[in-house]
Design a protein around this ligand. Structure first.
Ligand SMILES: [Zn+2]
Length: 723
């Protein structure tokens, strides 16, 4: 999902470093290739009928579940997500207050789902003994998780077929799913199994169901399977859905039945509206990707040309007529996403992608992702001056497409580790946007905002810092988005600076390849980083992801003064002589007048205000000389005196600087002008760049160079518009 679905969104700029990496000579190394298929754990055959007047669904489903564990399983756990909208007593409602992403629930826009019957395929009734569970909180009124005990367990590796009949009332749209007039976006709509995690999977010590309640801030987690869904509704509706349309039948009662199928996916969503314009286009791998782009990608990633080759995809955009003018923008963004996500992480394996432009009043369903089916966020304002160069529609389409990679194929648990999907996707989206559209995501009346600015401008010490890895409903109020999206993006930018852009590109590629169609956890990502970077980054992740620490290095003070002549009493016993202050000053004046001058003593006090300690460097600028960047360790070798606390250089042994502060004293022929810690902005997670630099003269305040001023100004602006 996109948090700020309207504007702006987090998009960092592709660093020049990535381009340099493309040009660097790289020895090719063979790594894991892309898995072709998912293991099908849960298959769904669903028939559903929509009553567009009553806003109800009548459905039945045949579910086949295969026990993936080496032990018998005696119960099944289901999500009944639509019950999140049932009353003000649901956990979702309690947490959200009936409001999400700025959209408020309409009066009486309730929704619910009832299981009318559940039987084993041989007819045995499973409903007796079924109970509602609330594993995440003590809310006995929550009806979103349902446990069904089985008369006989499903043996290890065995399977069970179930027939489930259900009836649902859709909520009026404000949070992802429901209706607005005759526009329907139907997500989280059918009784759906949780994920059975055997011992050893995602760090579990004992096997069990992972089936969380529906929360305000969490999204989803499901197993892979094949879906075949038959949707029946009045003929006048245009329908789009997950997967490929395999049939459309006209019925005698004035309805049509649309059949969609897709294998290797974790979910199924659909949309219907009589007003949709359907725009189709084909992503042709041959036309969209040049031989040079294939060659550069293969070289960057150390993969063969065959491994990075893409395949064709049918792109369908379902648009509101008033947004028709934007069709091309959506198509271009979708194709750019298919191309760059495909090149960098692995080819898009499905034959279709459908982009839905929500109807007026249905904006709450925008900016959302389902397998092969995404919802956009747009407004016709974005086609008119002065907002026509705000790339909001593009940003949303690219972001939601990106979830095909981070969440849908690499199917991490969004309830427990939202950074693995939202944060990774924020990071990837930014790179695709920059690659496709250049550095500016907003250009309005001379104002330009780069993608990088948004994540950085939100990173303020005034925010609540949670551990990035926190269950989605456990973040401090209002900070799920900051921690899961922008802070993770900055974390990945920082990691990229530490390991290098080429290694980072290979880390993400390898992680995607290895975990495509599977369920990784944070440790699985850490392991890939250690393997590909050739060095364990455990300390980095421990500090930045697993704990709520902030990074804020500053130059606390700088001084540079002429070395003074000694004064006082010298010598012993009868041989004592006294140098008065007056004498010393006279000597100093004489030395200066003779042109020899006196050396300068410069003192720099560097302070670490936050808990996070990463290797960094210090740039000192001396009068008449060019700025010179050096690691803090190198400062020690310049002949200056330093305190005993070590300031270690990442390029030597990668160990972080251990103290909270350090004084650096240097004596030399030139006067110090300014000192800057992390001059290249490598540590993107630094919460305050204003204090990174300080000048000796005239007033000792931060050297307000362009970048720093700009970020500060942007922070103020975003704070004003309420982000
Ligand atoms: Zn998202």
């Amino acid at each position: 999902m996109l948090r700020a679905a309207r504007w702006p969104w987090p998009v960092p700029v592709l660093g020049a470093s990535v381009l340099l990496a493309l040009l660097a000579a790289v020895p090719a190394s063979r790594a894991d290739s892309l898995p072709a298929r998912a293991a099908h754990v849960a298959d769904y055959d669903i028939r559903v009928r929509l009553d567009p007047e009553a806003k109800t669904l009548e459905g039945d489903e045949r579910i086949v579940w295969r026990n993936p564990s080496p032990e018998p399983v005696g119960e099944l756990w289901f999500h009944l997500y639509l019950n999140a909208f049932k009353s003000s007593k649901s956990s979702f409602f309690t947490e959200s207050g009936g409001q999400l992403r700025g959209d408020r629930m309409a009066e009486d826009g309730w929704g619910w789902v009832d299981v009318r019957s559940i039987r084993r395929a041989d007819g045995v009734d499973l409903a007796p003994g079924a109970t509602f569970e609330h594993p995440d909180d003590d809310n006995a009124d929550d009806r979103t998780v349902w446990r069904v005990p089985l008369p006989e367990p499903v043996p290890a590796g065995g399977e069970i077929a179930l027939d489930v009949a259900f009836r649902a009332k859709l909520p009026r749209i404000f949070a992802r799913t429901g209706y607005f007039r005759d526009y329907f976006l139907v997500g989280q709509w059918f009784p759906k199994l949780g994920v059975y995690e055997p011992a050893g999977m995602r760090g579990r010590t004992a096997g069990g169901w992972n089936c969380h309640q529906f929360h305000a801030n969490s999204e989803f987690y499901a197993d892979f399977g094949r879906y075949q869904v038959e949707i029946t509704l009045p003929k006048r509706f245009v329908v789009g859905a997950t997967g490929k349309r395999t049939d459309r039948r006209e019925n005698a009662d004035g309805t049509s039945t649309h059949v969609f199928e897709q294998a290797d996916v974790i979910d199924f969503a659909w949309t219907a509206s009589p007003r949709f314009l359907e725009v189709k286009s084909t992503f042709s791998a041959e036309k969209e990707v040049t031989p040079q782009e294939y060659a550069e990608t293969a070289k960057l990633l150390g993969r063969s040309l065959d491994e990075v080759r893409l395949s064709d995809v049918e792109v369908t955009v379902l648009l509101q007529p008033e947004h028709a003018i934007q069709a091309e923008r959506h198509v271009k963004a979708a194709k750019a996403a298919i191309k760059w996500f495909g090149l960098w992480y692995g080819r898009y394996p499905y034959p279709t992608i459908t982009v839905v432009d929500p109807a007026f009043g249905g904006g709450g369903s925008g900016g959302m992702e389902y397998p092969t089916f995404i919802t956009a966020g747009t407004s016709s304002l974005f086609n008119r001056w002065p907002l026509d160069r705000v790339l909001a529609p593009e940003g949303v389409t690219v972001h939601e497409f990106g979830h095909q990679y981070w969440q849908s194929m690499v199917a991490s648990n969004e309830f427990e580790e939202s950074w693995l999907d939202e944060g990774f996707n924020t990071h990837s989206t930014a790179k695709v946007m920059a690659r496709t559209y250049g550095p500016w995501v907003v250009q309005v009346l001379g104002l330009r905002i780069g993608g990088d600015d948004t994540s950085r401008s939100m990173n303020s010490v005034d925010r609540m810092f949670d551990a990035i890895r926190t269950p989605a409903w456990g973040y401090s109020p209002g900070n799920y988005g900051f921690n899961s999206y922008q802070r993770t993006d900055l974390t990945l930018q920082t990691l990229e600076a530490l390991v290098g852009p080429e290694t980072m590109a290979r880390v993400l590629r390898t992680y995607h390849e290895r975990w495509r169609f599977r369920h990784p956890t944070s440790e699985d990502f850490y392991a890939v980083v250690a393997e590909v970077a050739g060095k364990d980054q455990g300390s980095f992740f421990e500090q930045v992801v697993e704990r709520p620490g902030i990074l804020d290095d500053e130059v606390a003070s700088v001084r540079s003064e002429r070395v003074r002549e000694p004064r006082g009493v010298f010598g012993e016993g009868e041989g004592k002589t006294t140098v008065t202050t007056k004498d010393a000053r006279k000597k100093e004046r004489e030395a200066d007048a003779a042109g020899g001058g006196r050396p300068w003593r410069s003192t720099i006090l560097v302070r670490r205000r936050g808990e996070v300690r990463l290797p960094t460097s210090l740039e000192l600028e001396f009068e008449g000389g060019k700025a010179q960047a050096m690691s803090l360790q190198e400062v020690d070798f310049m002949g200056g005196k330093t305190e005993a606390m070590p300031l270690l250089d990442s390029r030597k042994d990668g160990r972080p600087w251990l103290g909270r502060w350090k004084r650096i004293e240097l004596t030399g022929e030139r006067r110090l002008v300014s000192a800057t810690v992390d001059p290249e902005n490598r540590l993107a997670i630094d919460v305050n760049r204003l204090n990174n630099s300080r000048r000796v003269e005239p007033d000792g305040r931060a050297a307000a160079h362009w970048g720093v001023r700009w970020i500060f100004w942007l922070q103020q602006m975003l704070a004003m518009v309420g982000l």
